[in-house]
Design a protein around this ligand. Structure first.
Ligand SMILES: [Zn+2]
Length: 231
C-alpha cells in the first residue's frame, strides 16, 4: 500500500527569544576571549612538533602533514555553552527568556566545536537541585576577528552553518544562539538590526547575535523566529 503523501508544510509555531543583558555580555566576553587568547602548545605538542620537523626534512611546511594533535589557528577558537531561563508556551507562540549563559567544556577549534550531551544534562540537574531556572538552549561562537566587516556582512558569517542546522539538539535545548565576534575598529556604520539579527558594539569589538533551531529554516528577517536583547 502506498504511503499517504502530505502536501504543504505545516505552519511552525512562532518562536521569540529574549536574552538578558547579563547573558549577552557573558556570551560576548566568552566569544572574544576564545577568539583572541591564542592557546599555548603543551609540552607534548612541542615534542610532536620537534619530531615532525625532524621527519619533515626539506619538505615545505605547507606541503607537510601536521601532527594531528597540534592546532594552528589564526582566527582564535569557537566556544559555547548552555543557556538558562524560562519557557512560555501559548497558542502558536513559544517564548524563551534567557537569563544566564554558562560556557561548557568542549573540543574547540577555529572552525568547530564539539560539546558533550553530558554537559547540558549535568547543568540541568544541578539547576534543578538548586531551584534555579533550567537549561533551555545552547550557544556557540563564530570567531571572525580576522575577517573584514564587509566580508562578514556579504557572506552573512553570523548565520548558522549547514552543520549547525543539521546537528541534533543537546538534551533540554530547543534552540541555539550564535555570537559572532569581529573587530569593529573605527567603523561607524554597523548596519541595522533585523528581527533575528542583533549587532552590539563593545569597545573595539562588534558582536552579532542570531537565534536558530535545528531542522528549521533560518533567516535574519525572522518571519517566525525573532530575537531581542533586553535590559
Ligand atoms: Zn556555527
Amino acid at each position: 500500500m502506498p504511503l499517504p503523501i502530505r502536501h504543504g508544510r505545516r505552519a511552525a509555531a512562532r518562536v521569540r527569544v529574549s536574552v538578558s543583558a547579563d547573558a549577552f555580555h557573558h556570551m560576548a566576553m566568552a566569544a572574544a576571549e576564545a577568539a583572541i587568547a591564542a592557546p599555548d602548545l603543551t609540552r607534548e605538542s612541542y615534542r610532536l612538533l620537534e619530531a615532525w620537523n625532524k621527519e619533515r626534512g626539506t619538505t615545505a611546511i605547507r606541503r607537510a602533514k601536521l601532527p594531528p594533535s597540534l592546532v594552528f589557528s589564526e582566527t582564535g577558537h569557537e566556544t559555547g555553552g548552555a543557556l538558562f531561563g524560562q519557557i512560555e508556551r501559548t497558542a502558536g507562540v513559544t517564548e524563551f527568556h534567557v537569563g544566564r549563559a554558562i560556557t561548557t567544556s568542549a573540543i574547540r577549534s577555529d572552525d568547530g566545536l564539539v560539546q558533550s550531551d553530558i554537559s547540558a544534562s549535568l547543568l540541568a540537574d544541578i539547576a534543578e537541585a538548586a531551584g534555579l531556572p533550567t537549561v533551555v538552549g545552547d550557544f556557540h561562537t563564530h570567531p571572525a576577528v580576522d575577517t573584514s566587516l564587509r566580508e562578514i556582512e556579504e557572506q552573512e558569517l553570523y548565520s548558522p552553518s549547514e552543520i549547525d542546522l543539521a546537528g541534533e539538539n543537546l538534551p533540554h535545548c530547543e534552540f541555539s544562539l550564535i555570537v559572532t565576534v569581529a573587530w569593529a575598529g573605527r567603523s561607524k556604520r554597523l548596519g541595522a538590526d533585523r528581527p533575528n539579527l542583533a549587532r552590539r558594539r563593545i569597545g573595539d569589538f562588534l558582536f552579532y547575535m542570531t537565534a536558530y533551531a535545528r531542522g528549521r529554516r533560518w533567516s535574519p528577517a525572522g518571519e517566525d523566529f525573532t530575537l531581542a536583547i533586553g535590559g
